[in-house]
Every structure is written in C-alpha cells, then in structure tokens.
Write a protein that binds this ligand. Structure first.
Ligand SMILES: [Zn+2]
Length: 221
C-alpha cells in the first residue's frame, strides 16, 4: 500500500525504515529473529539510558534485536529503591530485567550535552523551569550538582561542569542500584555487574566508571 499522500515526511521515513528492517531481519536473514520469537528474549544486558534522540543505546553500540533490554528516561536516572506500592516505570523495568530475564550486566548510560542534566543545573541554580514534571524528576540527583560547585574554573567552559555533574549523576544511579536488595544480592554472588558509561557526543568517545565507582576513565575504542 502506498503512503497516504499527506503522510508527513518524518513518518514516511520511519515507514521506509521499517520496510528496510523487515527486508533485513525477516527476508535476508530471518533465523535470529525467528529464534527470538519462538524461544523468547534472553538479553544479557540492561541499559538505563537517556531519552535523548542522539544517544540510542542500540544504535551507538551497533546492537542487534534481542541484545539489549532498555529503559530510557530523562537524564538516565535510577530512582532510590522505594517499594511502597506506587507505580514506578523505571524501577519496574529494572525489576523485570533482573528478576525475570536474569540479565548479567546493567549499564547506566549518560552523555554530554544532556538536556536533563542542564535542567538539573538550572533548577538547582534557582532558575524556574516552568515545567510540570522535570524539576521533581531531576531533583532526585540534586546533591550531585552540589558536589560540583560553581567556580571560576567553569566560567569559560560551563559544559565542563555539566559533564562532571552528569558523571556524578551516573555514580548516584549506580549507588541507588546497589540499594535494590535483589540487585545487591546478585552483585555479591557474582552473577550481575553494574557499570556506568558516559558517551561523549562531540567526539564519539566512551568513558566508563572506574571499578570503585568514584571516577571515569576513557575506554579505548
Ligand atoms: Zn540526556
């Protein structure tokens, strides 16, 4: 069926992309996807990523269907462990990945030029965001902005402060993951590991949290 003549270009691009995907994964090499359909998914990796359109974890890691279980939210935050019966999207995705799918690795994936981190900086700097949900969401890691106080060293390069706060926020999310009892249990048993990754959008570089989860080091690509 041809596109409706009024199909907007952005939507038409997605439909033709879907056609290309179907050609590759259903016609040219259908086996892997057929296996995923009949046997079910068993991804080894959970990625907690930002909703930002430029940092799709499957695209930047060249992953295949079935490789990554992904939860995305503003600024790739893991909320504190609170099991009080409230509906919690990120925590329920984490629970499904860990307790039902049995992932072996969790990656918290942050990035430079993050609008969520900028909102955190603006909000903690006293600027009114004028948004309904963003300020309380990013406030979850407000302490990370306090850990990197404004100073003369950042005046010429405010992105440097945003980068440090973004990386601190990843470490704060790792800390929160450790508080989930069924995560820490598996980490202690050696069946699950936690990683913090930070993607440098300008240069296509990857930085990873050090094993003590206190700092970041560049990964050789
Ligand atoms: Zn972001």
């Amino acid at each position: 069926m041809p596109h409706h003549p009024n199909t907007p270009p952005a939507i038409a691009r997605l439909i033709s992309g879907m056609r290309a995907f179907r050609t590759t994964y259903y016609e040219q090499r259908p086996e892997p996807l057929r296996r995923l359909v009949t046997a079910g998914q068993s991804p080894e990796v959970l990625v907690i990523a930002c909703s930002d359109s430029r940092v799709d974890p499957a695209i930047i890691t060249n992953a295949e269907p079935g490789d990554l279980f992904v939860v995305r939210n503003v600024a790739n935050l893991v909320p504190p462990y609170v099991a009080d019966g409230t509906a919690r999207g990120t925590s329920s995705a984490i629970e499904f990945a860990v307790r039902d799918l049995g992932v072996r690795h969790i990656i918290v994936l942050g990035h430079s030029r993050c609008g969520g981190i900028q909102a955190l900086i603006d909000h903690t700097g006293g600027k009114a965001l004028g948004r309904d949900f963003i300020a309380p969401w990013v406030s979850m890691v407000a302490h990370t902005a306090a850990q990197v106080p404004r100073g003369p060293e950042f005046s010429a390069d405010p992105e440097r402060r945003a980068r440090q706060i973004g990386q601190h926020a990843i470490l704060a999310s790792l800390k929160n993951l450790h508080e989930f009892p069924w995560i820490e249990e598996r980490v202690k048993a050696g069946t699950l590991d936690l990683r913090g990754w930070w993607f440098d959008l300008e240069h296509g570089e990857l930085w990873a949290a050090t094993v003590d989860e206190k700092d970041f080091a560049k990964v050789a690509l």
